[in-house]
Structures are given as structure tokens and as C-alpha cells.
Design a protein around this ligand. Sequence first.
Ligand code: SAM
Length: 283
Amino acid sequence: MKFSVALVCVKKKIMTGYNGGKQKIGKKIAQVMRDYVAGDPTPYLAYVEPFVGMMGVFRHVISGDFALSVPSFIAGDINESVIKMWTEARDGLFIPPNECSLETYLEVKEARAPSALRGFIGHQVTFRNQYFGGFEGLYLNPPRDVLYFKSASNRVIDIATSLRNAPVHLYHSKKGYDDPVFTTLGGVKNNIIYCDPPYRGRSSFYFDEHNNRRSFDSLKFWKWCDSLATRGNLVFVSEYSPPPDGVASDASASPVAFLEEVWSNGKEKLFVLDDVSRRNRPN
Ligand SMILES: C[S@@+](CC[C@H](N)C(=O)[O-])C[C@H]1O[C@@H](n2cnc3c(N)ncnc32)[C@H](O)[C@@H]1O
């Protein structure tokens, strides 16, 4: 199944802050996934997003024009602060600020303890989309020591509101995406899984707060995706490049699981791993 789409440019607007790379194209990705399952008789149990970050895609999957009709939505991330931010914002315990000074940024960064504010500030005023990668104001010309981002904090409040109105489970996965909770909450099969992992060769853009390091093993990740597809899940992956060599030849991978590119914005692609035995739909 192929989809033709217009080129979508993603240009960062500094003064509205960083909300995650999927804020502009998240809706399109949700639409592609919704179209892909349209007419599919599979009784899907859950939509699972283990790399949920700032919810650029998730927000469109749980409500709005392209919402998926499944009994349960599971959102997780290895970053405890980002999950605290969503949980507390949903429960009315955290109201995101509209501005941040350099002093506050440094205080929150140094505090290290996971918190909702840390999740918000770490993404919101960060240089080059890196989590706490530097106070963005310092890189402006002229440099500023306060940044304002009302629209971004409103967006977090909006998403938090929709989290209250859908059957959503938020989960901090200490060990990461392969935490069994992601599939056992839904069921071992018949889940729709969307992954937006740190991109291959660019993982320095992501900071693993729990393990205090920047790293991501792409081969291990793709093998995990392959095994989920083989068990009867529908797996979508946003990436720049296809899986590294070694995934297809993995002894545990079934030959019926395969990879297809369904969407590309010129750089980033959406891959789907689907199992031929589930696939009776015409091309
Ligand atoms: C590309 S971002 C996801 C962006 C998200 N789609 C958005 O709209 O903001 C990748 C996310 O994966 C998380 N992450 C990195 N390594 C992970 C791992 N091993 N397991 C689970 N999450 C991980 C990061 O904390 C980050 O939030």
C-alpha cells in the first residue's frame, strides 16, 4: 500500500520553543496509520507508543479527525520527567510556565531529580532539540536570558485535557521500549505500535536520564520490532533509514514479517512491519 503526500517542511520556531519533532507532522502520521487500518477486521486491543516524548503523534491518535478506535492507548518513555509532566498536567497538578529564565533553566537542569517541570523545561528551551542541550536564549542574536513560550505551554495544557477524555495509560519505562508492560497491557498480539526512536546515527540528540548517557542500539531496536510483528502486532516506525543489516537474518525473525515504506516527507520515512498472514487487504 502506497501513499502519496506533499513535502512537509519542519522548521523550528525558536520563540515558541521545542515541542518535539513531530508537532508539525504528527497529524499526517496519525492519518496514514488510520488509513492503513481502515477496513482491517483485526480486533485491535491497544495503540502503544513507547517513545512518546512531547506527544506530537499521540495527541492525534487519541482524539480528533484521525483518532484510532481502540479500547486502550498506552504511552511510555524512558524519560521519567516527561511522563511526570504528562501525568501531573493531566491530573491538574502541574501548570506549565509561559517563560523561563537562564537562572531557572540552570537550576532545573542541575537539580537532576525527575520532575514535571524538568520534563517541560528540558524540552522547551533547549538548543537544537537536545534534551537540556543548552539554554536556547544564549544562541539567539542578540542573546536573551529569558524565553517566552505561551503557545507551547498552552499546547501542553490542551494535550493534557485530551488525556483526561480517553482511556490512556501513561508509563515510565525505566528499562526502555522493550519493557514487557507495553505489550502485556494491551495483549501479546493485535496491538498497533508506533515507534519514534532516536534516529540511527543521530542518537546523540537524546539523553537517557535514567542511565545518564546518550546512546541507542538501533539493531536491537529493529529486532524487537520484527519480533513484535512476527507475534501478530502491526508496527510503525519513524526513521530516516531502513533497519541495519542483520534484522532480516535474525534467526528468531519469521520470514512472514516484512518492512514497507508507507510515507516519506523527503527525509523522514514511516515504515510498517506487518505480517503477511494478517494481510488480506488489496493493494
Ligand atoms: C524522537 S523522540 C520522540 C518524539 C515524540 N514523537 C514527540 O512528538 O515528541 C524520542 C523519545 O524517545 C525517548 N527514548 C530514548 N531512548 C529510549 C528508550 N530506550 N526507550 C524508550 N524511550 C526512549 C526519549 O526520551 C524521547 O522522548
